[in-house]
Design a protein around this ligand. Structure first.
Ligand SMILES: [Zn+2]
Length: 307
């Protein structure tokens, strides 16, 4: 983990003055950048980690610390003026300490002018200044900039870690699990979790699943009455089947968990696997452009068949 690596550098006093964090969306680059900035300014460091609660930590988190500047693309690019403003900001008197950190998000979107301006900045490092560049496209960053940075690679969180992170952000476990199937991007997941459509979609698939599990014929009617109305776009429809499959998988896991108690579950397990397969095949058909309603009705028919 990158954080542990950074912590070690901190302990050994070998923190670099420029970092390039590269990795896919949702791999925690921004969070780590904020954490590193906090580590440098925290007033109450414990076990070589920022406390996350002191005045400095809180201001950094809220992007209100004058010595920690965050830059994002303004529209499609990061413009040269943004880098110039950054320099001006840092040369102002009145900033609180000599330490300065700047974080540049989507650094690959720097215009040529911005990149050159930044390069000058990096070429004349001020001992107290640290640059943290974040990127999802390292190949699009000037090699001269890359060569001045310590490059740290971020890999995707495992699903479990992702769910934990979401829970830390106040998303319920059940929701977090759903979301982990939708996106690998933490910020986006939090955003979706607050989206009304997502909640409706989740409720609809939950209800549908309960009907199917109970071999309730209403599950057939529900396709037209609700499912087709909630899941309109192709993407959403694929998601509907993913969510349904997830419910079946969880049910399956519960069955396996109960095996130790009841030995005679092999028939149920076989059946459960067959059910998951039905949904999987439904998904294939949907991908092959069979209409959503047809796919769902066929699936329901197969799932209800041997009640
Ligand atoms: Zn602190």
């Amino acid at each position: 983990m990158v954080m542990i690596q950074l912590q070690r550098s901190y302990q050994q006093g070998t923190i670099a003055h420029a970092y390039l964090f590269e990795g896919e969306v949702g791999t925690g680059k921004k969070e780590t950048a904020i954490w590193l900035a906090q580590l440098l300014f925290c007033q109450n460091i414990q076990n070589d980690a920022p406390c996350n609660t002191c005045h400095n930590c809180l201001r950094i988190k809220a992007n209100e610390h004058p010595d920690v500047q965050q830059i994002k693309p303004d529209g499609q690019t990061i413009k040269v003026q943004q880098i110039r403003d950054l320099k001006t900001e840092f040369s102002k008197s009145g900033v609180e300490t000599k330490k300065k950190v700047f974080i540049i998000e989507s650094a690959e979107k720097m215009s040529a002018g911005a990149a050159n301006s930044l390069l000058k900045f990096l070429e004349e490092p001020d001992g107290q200044m640290m640059a943290i560049l974040l990127t999802e496209g390292k190949a699009r960053i000037l090699p001269t900039i890359q060569s001045r940075c310590q490059i740290l690679h971020f890999s995707n969180l495992s699903r479990d870690q992702f769910i934990k992170e979401l829970e830390n952000k106040g998303v319920s476990q059940k929701k977090a699990e759903y979301l982990s199937h939708l996106t690998g991007d933490l910020e986006k997941a939090v955003e979706i979790s607050q989206d009304e459509w997502f909640n409706e979609a989740r409720e609809a698939t939950d209800k549908w699943f309960t009907q199917l599990l109970n071999k309730d014929f209403q599950a057939f009617v529900y396709v037209q009455k609700k499912v087709c109305k909630v899941f309109k776009e192709k993407e959403q429809q694929l998601l509907a089947l993913d969510l349904l499959m997830l419910s079946y998988q969880r049910h399956f896991e519960m069955l396996i968990g109960g095996l130790a108690v009841k030995k005679d579950n092999s028939y149920l397990i076989q059946k459960s696997v067959a059910e998951i397969e039905i949904i999987f095949n439904g998904k294939r058909k949907l991908e092959a452009n069979v209409s959503f309603q047809n796919v769902c009705e066929q699936m329901v028919w197969l799932l209800l068949k041997d009640r």
